[in-house]
Write a protein that binds this ligand. Sequence first.
Ligand code: CTP
Length: 422
Amino acid sequence: MLLNRRVLVGICGGIASYKAVELVSRLQQAGALVDVIMSERAEEFVRPLAFSTMSHRPVYTDLWEPSGRAAETHIALGEDADVLVVLPATANTLAKLAHGIADNMLTAVALATKAPLVLAPAMHHTMYTHPATQANLAILRERGAFIIEPEVGQLASGEVGIGRLPDSSVLLGAIQVVLGRNGDLAGRRVVVTAGGTQEPIDPVRFVGNRSSGKMGYALATEARDRGADVILISGPVALDAPYGVDVRRVETALQMRDAVFDAVEEADVLVMSGAVADYRPAEVAPQKLKKGGKEAREVDAEGGFALRLARNPDILGELAAASQQSEAVERIPGGNRPRRRLVRIGFAAETSDVLTNARGKLAAKRLDLLIANDVSRSDSGFGSETNKVYIFHADETMEDLPVMPKTGVAAAIWDRVVHLLS
Ligand code: CTP
C-alpha cells in the first residue's frame, strides 16, 4: 500500500523528533517516496542528515533561502503529496496550522497542499491538555485532519502523563489508514478471525493448537489498508493489535462463536482464518488438578486418566445452515427482503489429502472461497512467515498460488473478495 506513495513528513521542534527517524526509515523500506521538511527548531534536536540518510532524498528546511527556489519547491511538494504527516506536532505548530499561519517551510506546505493531514501531537501534558491546544485540535479535526492520539507514559520531564508520541508501528498504521481511505474495500465491513482457541481443562491448563494468528492479522491489516472497517476476533496470540482495527479478544471456541455471530450482523465479509478447536474438555475442573488427585477422575493403575472431550459448534457450519434457511424464506413470494449477503471464506489447514479435503469443506460449509494450505510443509502454515495456498472457488475452479509471504497471500485473498463483492 505504501509502494510509490508520496509521503511528506513534517518534523517540529520537540524532543520526540528523534522517533521520526525510525518512521522515515520504515516508510522508505516499505517503498514510499518520503520527503522530509523540518522546522528551524527541529534542527536543534536532530540533524537533517539523519533524515536524508533514511529517506535517500533531500530534506527541506529553509523557506527563505536566497535562490528563491524554495518558494517554488513548497508548492510542488504540496501538489505531489499523497499525505502530509506532522510529528511531533508541537503546541506551537498546531496553533499555526489551526489559524493558517505560514511562517516556515512546513506550515507553508501545509497551507499549499490538498493532501490529507495526519497530526501526531506530542508535548508536555500540561501543554497538551491546555484549552488553547485542545481548541486548536478541535478546529483541525473539524477541518478533516486525522489526529493520532498521544499516549500516556513517562514524558521528557520525568513526569507521567498524556503526551508521548506513539511507536512507529502506530504512526505507520495511521498513515496507512489515511492512504487507504478510498481503497477497493472502502465502505465495506469485514470480520476476520485469527489465532487458535484455548479450551480450559482447569484454571491453569488448556487444550490448544499451534496457530500463531499471523495469517489472520495480515488479512485484517490488509483489509484496513484497503479502506474496510475491520473487526478482528482474536484468540490468544503474541501479536500487537493492528492500529485502527476493532480487536475483540476471545479464548474459547464458544466465545469465538458468540463474537462472530455478533460481528457478522452488519458485515459484508467473514474470513474464518482462526483455528477453532473442534472439541473442548467436557468438564472443566474448578480447581487446579493435582498429580495423584482423584477428584471426579477415574485414575488408572499408572496414575493416568482419560480427558473426555465434548464437540464444539462448527461456526461456519452454523452460518451455512442459517444462510440456507434465509435463502429459502426469500424465495417465498412476499417473503422477507433479501438481507445483504455475507461473503464467507474458510481456511483448511491440512496435513494430508489437501485438495480432496478442501473440496469437501468448501461444499459442506457452502463457502464462497476456501483457502487450503498444507501445514506439514516448513514454508507453510503455523508460525511460518510464508504460506503456500490453493484457493478453491464456489464454481469448483482452483488456483495454485506459489509460496508467498502471508501479507502477499492476504492481498491475493482480498483481490478475489473485491471481485466477488462487485
Ligand atoms: N471452523 C469453524 N468452526 C469449527 C471448526 C472450524 O468455523 N468448530 C472453520 C475454520 O475457521 C476454517 C474452516 O472451518 O475456516 C475449516 O476448518 P477445519 O478445522 O480445517 O475444518 P473442520 O470442518 O473442523 O474439519 P476437520 O477438523 O475434520 O479437518
